[in-house]
Design a protein around this ligand. Structure first.
Ligand code: IPE
Ligand code: IPE
Ligand code: MG
Length: 248
């Protein structure tokens, strides 16, 4: 049965964040090297972006490369950067056709120039689209992002532009990379790991977490719809009691 049919269209998360994990283990299971797994993972990305368009998820943030991933063997890092350039170049017409707008978060300046250029071109080409905003987290880590935000705010105080009493949760949010989008209501992590790995620490403060043992290259539309259905069965209380929620 197509799980899409069971989804309540009035309770679809506006923003889903995914830690796409398990490419290496998937490849190993096939007797291939890790890079093969990353290549296969691109097919899952394509499907999940499409699935978002089908059910009305407006924002999708994908954790594609973390600050910590720079510590992997050089051959793997190089292959990931090459794959990124090739994928963006190949997929941009398809993204554009589907109304997908590409955006990035993270320390983009640390990426090779060829990646930066390819990303910028795709961002420009897709800038007028509005069906789904696809946000790639690249050379991203939450501690990096928050440190960067704190530095900017401290500088404004130093220069006398604002006072310390002006520092609010809203002001901090404005200095995060994600300032223009709503916080994710749902965070999915594949591959059976139950950790957040420095991803969107602030923005996931009240997100629902969904963990699956499925490895990323095997995670396809029906798996995504299953996660959405699990989300729809949760009661989001935001500190209130269950009775208060059901009265509303
Ligand atoms: C996720 O898969 C992709 C990236 C982190 C770039 P992994 O490469 O972490 O795969 P596993 O976790 O080693 O199986
Ligand atoms: C998290 O996966 C980063 C991405 C998916 C890009 P990792 O595989 O790097 O995370 P850890 O090291 O297992 O926590
Ligand atoms: Mg991993």
């Amino acid at each position: 049965m197509d799980l899409k049919l069971s989804i309540d269209k009035n309770n679809v998360p506006q923003h889903v964040a995914i830690i796409m994990d398990g490419n290496g283990r998937w490849a190993k299971q096939q007797g291939e090297d890790r890079i093969f797994g990353h290549h296969e993972g691109v097919n899952s990305v394509r499907e999940i972006v499409e699935a978002c368009g089908e059910i009305g998820v407006k924002h999708l943030t994908l954790y594609a490369f973390s600050t910590e991933n720079w510590n992997r063997p050089k051959e793997e890092v190089d292959a990931l950067m090459e794959l990124l350039v090739a994928t963006i170049s190949l997929e941009t017409p398809n993204l554009n056709k589907k109304g997908v707008k590409l955006q990035v978060i993270g320390d983009i300046e640390s990426l090779p120039k060829s990646c930066q250029d390819e990303l910028q071109e795709s961002i420009n080409i897709t800038s007028g689209n509005s069906t789904v905003t696809l946000i790639l987290a690249l050379s991203y880590s939450s501690k990096w992002e928050i440190t960067h935000a704190v530095k900017e705010i401290a500088k404004q105080i130093e220069e006398g532009k604002i006072k310390s009493s002006d520092v609010t949760s809203r002001l901090i949010e404005k200095h995060l990379n994600t300032s223009q989008w709503p916080d994710p209501e749902l965070m999915i992590r594949t591959s059976g790991e139950h950790r957040i790995s420095n991803f969107l620490l602030w923005q996931l403060a009240y997100a629902e977490f969904y963990f699956t043992d499925t490895l990323w290259p095997d995670f396809r539309k029906q798996d995504f719809f299953k996660a959405i259905l699990a989300y729809q069965n949760r009661e989001r209380r935001f500190g209130k009691t269950s009775d208060q929620i059901s009265q509303n």
